[in-house]
Every structure is written in structure tokens, then in C-alpha cells.
Write a protein that binds this ligand. Structure first.
Ligand code: CP
Ligand code: NVA
Length: 308
């Protein structure tokens, strides 16, 4: 059975930290014009059932930098499970490509594909999680704060796929994670409890933005209505208006707090223009690190798959 990255829970603490170390090294080498060709001759199928800028471009460029080939497949090409079964898609692709990467709606479909593939799979975002984003964010935090463990991280806004991946990371790396959100938009209680029960991190969900943000070293947010939920934007806007990251809220956080957003952002909703563009914002470093973190993910999966 190949190893995958469907959620961060698929990898151990050491495997996550190894990937971050490899990402740092690949970033240095790439900037020196000497990215190693770790995926020479390898081919990857990338499914996009939702829009993407960062994920699509960073994976395609990253695979190219490592010497591999990528091909994009959309629902216009075929719908998985409609023209042929999930099992057949998985088995057929496994005879052609060295990895299957997918961005789609239902996480269960990705899990079902992974049950039948004979090559590694990567989750490029589902309604449930976005592990590649959080790995790149962890790399960015290490670069800016010199450490990842035991930092106070405040996630504000909708309890969504990005929040869930923060919770997954908190099961592997000790964090002081506070989620500030409305009662109606909080992440699934069972996932929060399972994360707390892991005993690795301190995890708290609170409904007061100032309490969530107090002394935080990282302030993180994401859109209030994710892809596939945009018709709920108005209602979410009302529920979450107190959880906007703005200059007033920034003042409750630790001195020098770093502001993060996975992007795309809706300026004036979950975050003000002033803060997104301000001196505390490290959003473009997050974006850049998608490239290097994902190269490390593919290289690590390839190494495991070849038994190296
Ligand atoms: N952050 C992120 O995944 O961006 P895209 O949706 O543009 O890929
Ligand atoms: N939660 C957002 C993340 C986009 C990168 C979404 O799923 O649309």
C-alpha cells in the first residue's frame, strides 16, 4: 500500500518535521539555481474540481523544478465515478502516473480513490482539509519565528477545511491553538475533542475574538464562505462580523504578531486591507512556501514509494 498525504494525520510528527527540513533545503537550492531533479522522469495527474491559483501553479512549477511532468484533469475531461468507477480510475491511473493529486469537494471520494491507487496521493484541498496549505504555513512560521512548537496561534473566522488542518497539525506538533468563531461556525465538536484528547496541544474554541487573540504570536484567518458555500456568504458575514482581523484586534495580540491568510482573501470581510497589507502580514511568504513545501511532500512520498 503506498503512503499518501490525505490529511496531516497520515504523517507522524517526525515525518512532518522531516518534510519541513527538506522544504527549507529545497528552497535554498532552488534560489541558488540548483534544485535537485528528485522527480526526474516521473509524471503526476492533478485533478481540479474547484478553482485554484496558488495550488495549481505551485504544484505545476514545483514538479517541473524537480524534473517531473504534470497534467491537469478537470471535470470537463471526465467525472470520477460517472464515466467509470472510482476504483477503475484509480487502477488505470496507477499504470500511467507516479502520483495522483486532487482538489475536490467530498473528502470521502479522495479516501475512496486512495483505497484503490497503487501510487501515492496528495489532497490539494477537500471540504474537510487542506494539508498542503498548513505544511507551507508551518514552514513560514519556522522561518519567521524560528520555531513552531508551543506558539500561541489564534485562528479567527469560519471553522472550515483550513481550521481542520490546523487541528490535525495540533495532533502532531505541540501548539497553543485558539479558534475564535461563532457557535454556528465552529469546527465539528468531535474533531475538536479528538484533537484535545490527543494530548499533544492546548486547543480551545472560544466565541470572543479578543479572548481568542490575547497574546497570540500568530493571527490566522480564511474566507468566511469557502468554495462551494458562497451562497452562505451573507449569513456568515453576520455571524462572523466580530471575528474580522483588523487593527483594533491586532492590538490585543502579542507584540510583533504575524498575520497569516491562506488566500484568496475577501478584503474588508475576514480581514481589513490595512492589516493584510500591513507590516505584520506574512501572507506572500506563505504563498511562496507552498512551492517548496509541496516539492518536499512529493519528494518524500516518492522516496517512501521506492522504498528508499
Ligand atoms: N490557498 C490556496 O489553496 O489557494 P488556491 O485556492 O488559489 O489554490
Ligand atoms: N477555505 C477555503 C480555502 C481556499 C484556499 C476554501 O475551501 O474555499
Amino acid at each position: 500500500m503506498p503512503r499518501h498525504l490525505l490529511s496531516l494525520l497520515d504523517w507522524s510528527r517526525d515525518e512532518i518535521l522531516d518534510a519541513l527540513t527538506l522544504a527549507q533545503s529545497l528552497k535554498r537550492k532552488t534560489k541558488a539555481g540548483a534544485c535537485p531533479k528528485l522527480l526526474e522522469g516521473r509524471s503526476y495527474a492533478l485533478f481540479f474540481h474547484k478553482p485554484s491559483l496558488r495550488t495549481r501553479v505551485s504544484f505545476e512549477v514545483g514538479i517541473h523544478q524537480l524534473g517531473g511532468n504534470s497534467m491537469i484533469l478537470t471535470e470537463q475531461d471526465f467525472k470520477i465515478g460517472e464515466r467509470e468507477s472510482v476504483r477503475d480510475v484509480a487502477k488505470v491511473l496507477s499504470r500511467y502516473v507516479d502520483g495522483i493529486l486532487i482538489r475536490t469537494f467530498a473528502h470521502e471520494m479522495v479516501v475512496a480513490l486512495a483505497e484503490h491507487t497503487e501510487v501515492p496521493m496528495v489532497n490539494m484541498l477537500t471540504d474537510f482539509s487542506h494539508p498542503c496549505q498548513i505544511l507551507a504555513d508551518a514552514l513560514t512560521i519556522q522561518e519567521h519565528l524560528g520555531q513552531l512548537e508551543n506558539l500561541r496561534i489564534a485562528y479567527l473566522g469560519d471553522g472550515n477545511n483550513v481550521t481542520n488542518s490546523w487541528l490535525n497539525l495540533a495532533c502532531r506538533i505541540p501548539l497553543d491553538l485558539r479558534i475564535g468563531t461563532a457557535p454556528e461556525t465552529q469546527p465539528e465538536a468531535a474533531l475538536v475533542k479528538a484533537t484535545q484528547d490527543c494530548g499533544v496541544s492546548q486547543v480551545r474554541v472560544c466565541h470572543d475574538a479578543r479572548e481568542a487573540v490575547a497574546d497570540a504570536q500568530i493571527l490566522y484567518t480564511d474566507v468566511w464562505a469557502s468554495m462551494g458555500e458562497k451562497e452562505q456568504a451573507r449569513q456568515r458575514g453576520q455571524l462572523l462580523q466580530d471575528f474580522q482581523i483588523n487593527q483594533n484586534l491586532l492590538e490585543c495580540a502579542a507584540q510583533g504578531v504575524k498575520v497569516m491568510h491562506c488566500l484568496p482573501a475577501e478584503r474588508g470581510r475576514e480581514i481589513t486591507e490595512e492589516v493584510l497589507e500591513g507590516a505584520n502580514s506574512i501572507v506572500l511568504d506563505q504563498t511562496e512556501n507552498r512551492l517548496h513545501a509541496q516539492k518536499a511532500v512529493l519528494a518524500q512520498l516518492e522516496r517512501w514509494h521506492r522504498g528508499l
